[in-house]
Design a protein around this ligand. Sequence first.
Ligand SMILES: [Zn+2]
Length: 228
Amino acid sequence: MGSILIVIALVVGYGTKRVIQTRSWQITGDLVSRVETDERVVALTFDDGPTDADADAVLDVLADRNVPATFYVNGKDAEQNSSTMQRIIAGGHEIGNHTWSHRSMVFVSPSTVADEIESTDEVIREAGYDGPLTFRPPHGKKLITLPMYLAEHDRLTVTWDVAYEDWSGKPQSSQNLTDATVEDIRPGSIILLHPWFGRTTTQGAIGPVIDQLQEQGYRFVTVSELIR
Ligand SMILES: [Zn+2]
């Protein structure tokens, strides 16, 4: 009997972990991690922040190449770094909601979900952004209350299919991160990078990733353009 319970606990535990972590499916509501297409189009997405101190390192590279990106911002950082928000908007980029505080959205009450998302929407709209506003959960993780809120409010969840753990210190150099990112790209890919908070390794990879993919004939679009 004890061993059966252990097996059941393992199965349930494993299943729940899968539901939390999988980036291509959630329990309810629409989720996109990439788009099926033969066309060489990709979307570049940047998570967290923004941070004014890193604005030049991120936004100048995009402006120089005339490449649009999608920024999944945290409300608390967006509020404190409003000049970078203004630059993102003026640059014609897309903005997405990545929660207010970047807390885990796995075991959370419906009211916490609503607070985290709605306060962030407000800051983004108050900054003057009037474009599409998709949602990306912190660490891509979700379970029940978050997808239910998103489905009820008709919000699209956007994850990614190309990332090389640049948040964890895994890439040893910008070259390393560039190579790993470019290698994983397919038509319709959604690339995730974390360039804020002084992450110079990631910042140094943005230009080379764009240049190498453009040499391969790829075109960069925002997430909403990719989905359309
Ligand atoms: Zn994040």
